[in-house]
Design a protein around this ligand. Structure first.
Ligand code: ATP
Length: 383
């Protein structure tokens, strides 16, 4: 167990940026998730911590010890790669036992080894497969065994690179729960890399959103979801993606040109007449009612017509034409909303995200919500 500090880490591969001036302070025992699209620098970050790449600048401290120039073997970190490597001639139990026999993290009696193997295989749902060889396993079972090989041995830091990527959706959801239990069981500092926002929100104590090697936002799942720093972060979270529009302040209201999307905004956002901003509205935050039905007091109310209604399992995704701009809405599917129906879309003003529009996609661009300035965002919840 250890605190992990990255300070100004930079790694370029020729002209390609791997990571750029990345600083993170990860607490002892924290389950820390790095979220970003393909090529963002997630794996490079993990490899830098493990000592598998030589960084150009910056430092890595584990448990307050400078590890920047220390060989990987002596860093006491355990890393699971997306591509799982197992000994083909060894059973699952033997594969898991081998890290415990290396002697590098202490000596274990046969009974202690078996106890740890049982604990980890039970948590990962592969206990009954201990006698099988890798060729006798499904891809998902192999991936869980590879993860088990990492988690079975005590380390100061676990580094997990998309460990659930080969599992189907149902198993991923189950494994999320199990992993979290395993994490609290071991309380080992863990850095978990994913491009899956649901995994990040479900697992993380804190999330770092990165893009092109740079830290874009750091915060708890709640902060990242409720107060995305900019449109990039907002678009990285949620399926379907957040609706977003350019808007201009006219008479104290943000108006989307060529449509009937009009949102009253709180003067505390500091927008002046004629200034432009970007509006974000999550599909899951809106309520769709038939036109004429009563709407809640104080809500933002938009009128439109349903262009498309698609059932996605229990929910229905509606495409609503708001006088020229389309808005995607997710509804519970209880009320029947037919294509062509005239509807009213409502949402609390606190759920309308307002960002500055002046090119600030990679910077903290959040101004607040239509209801006012976010307290947390002004007190350091983001970069
Ligand atoms: N060995 C290498 N040589 C050259 N470029 C590399 C090398 N490793 C990574 N890169 C580049 O560095 C950038 C960051 O790569 P990295 O693998 O860290 O991203 P990632 O976020 O883990 O992506 P993915 O989700 O696709 O695995 C990418 O542009 C990648 O092409």
């Amino acid at each position: 167990m250890a605190r992990l500090q990255l300070d100004g880490l930079t790694k370029h591969y020729g002209k390609t940026v791997g990571i750029d001036d990345l600083s993170l302070d990860i607490e002892d025992g924290e389950f820390f998730v790095i979220l970003g699209p393909s090529g963002a620098g997630k794996t490079t970050t993990l490899k830098s911590i493990a000592g598998l790449v030589d960084v150009d600048h910056g430092s890595v401290h584990i448990g307050d010890v400078d590890m920047t120039l220390v060989e990987p073997y002596h860093r006491n970190v355990a890393m699971a790669f997306e591509s799982y490597a197992l000994y083909p001639q060894k059973t699952v139990a033997e594969n898991l036992a081998s890290p415990l026999r290396s002697g590098r993290t202490g000596r274990y009696t046969a009974a202690e080894q078996q106890q740890r193997i049982d604990q980890v295989t039970t948590a990962l749902g592969i206990n009954q497969l201990q006698g099988r060889f890798p060729r006798e396993l499904s891809n998902g079972q192999r991936q869980r065994t590879a993860l088990g090989r990492v988690l079975v041995r005590p380390a100061d830091v676990y580094l997990l690179d998309e460990p659930l990527s080969h599992l189907d959706a149902k198993l991923r959801a189950e494994m999320r729960v199990e992993l979290k239990q395993l994490g609290s069981m071991t309380s080992t500092t863990t850095v978990y890399v994913t491009h899956d926002y649901q995994e990040a929100l479900a697992l993380a104590d804190r999330i770092a959103v990165i893009k092109e090697g740079r830290l874009i936002q750091l915060g708890t799942p709640e902060q990242i979801w409720r107060q995305p720093a900019n449109i990039f972060v907002a678009r990285s979270l949620g399926q379907p993606e957040i609706n977003h529009y350019d808007a201009e302040l006219v008479d104290g209201r943000l108006v989307v040109a060529g449509s009937e999307i009009v949102v009253p905004v709180d003067p505390s956002l500091g927008l002046t007449t004629g200034s432009v901003a970007r509006l974000g509205i999550r599909p899951c935050d809106v309520t769709v009612r038939s036109s004429g039905e009563a709407t809640p007091d104080g809500a933002v109310v938009l009128s439109g017509r349903v262009v498309l209604a698609e059932r996605l399992g229990r929910q229905i995704e509606l495409t609503v034409d708001i006088g020229g701009s389309w808005l995607i809405a997710l509804t519970g599917g209880a009320g029947v909303v037919d294509e062509g129906a005239e509807v009213t879309v409502t949402l609390p003003a606190t759920d309308v995200h307002v960002f500055s529009a002046d090119g600030a996609v990679d910077e903290a661009a959040r101004l607040g919500s239509a209801a006012g300035v976010d307290q947390q965002s002004r007190s350091g919840g983001q970069r």
